[in-house]
Design a protein around this ligand. Structure first.
Ligand code: HEC
Length: 150
């Protein structure tokens, strides 16, 4: 029998509790946006390096890649509570819960790209790191295109 991860159990618990109250929704959205703000904070210098706006720093890439991977693993739990119709101010589109499979696919792509960056960050291969940073960044944009209000 396959073991179920704590993350999966939490996601199931989140899905089972379905709708949250407007008070809970404020906290849920705050937490969700905080995780995403931290992701942006950590990927921002890597994007600068990939575009040659700041000097390439392999150690910084490795440190921030680990952080982004940890944060990407929090996203499924952060989006598990269904905040549709609670009136809370959010850019999260209803489609996240209407097309949960497509959204889960975006989450998976993001985590995989973060794990791939962690992998190459230890290799010292700068070209591979640059490519992996680009691929990770495109998983952010790809989810925003479909699931985030502009
Ligand atoms: C699986 C989908 C998904 C992925 C992957 C994703 N985001 Fe987002 N992001 C969203 C959604 C949905 C929102 C809107 C959240 C809200 O307003 O409640 C958002 C909001 C944000 C915000 C605004 C937060 C705020 O305070 O309002 C930032 C910054 C952000 N994302 C950065 C990133 C970065 C950087 C990455 C990649 C490293 C990323 N996101 C990956 C879906 C995603």
């Amino acid at each position: 029998m396959k073991a179920i991860s704590a993350g999966a159990l939490l996601a199931i618990a989140g899905a089972a509790s379905a709708q949250v109250t407007p008070e809970q929704a404020e906290r849920v959205v705050d937490t969700r946006q905080s995780v995403l703000t931290l992701m942006a904070w950590n990927i921002s210098p890597l994007g600068g390096m990939a575009r040659d706006r700041i000097p390439f720093d392999a150690e910084r890439v490795a440190t921030n890649a680990e952080r982004i991977l940890a944060l990407s693993k929090m996203l499924p739990d952060a989006f598990a509570p269904d905040t549709r119709g609670t009136g809370v101010k959010t850019d999260a589109l209803d489609l996240i819960w209407e097309d949960a499979d497509a959204f889960a696919e975006k989450l998976r792509a993001n985590e995989e790209a973060a794990a791939a960056l962690v992998e190459v960050a230890g290799s010292g291969d700068e070209a591979a790191m640059r490519e992996a940073i680009g691929r990770l960044g495109s998983t952010c944009g790809s989810c925003h295109d479909d699931f985030k209000a502009d």
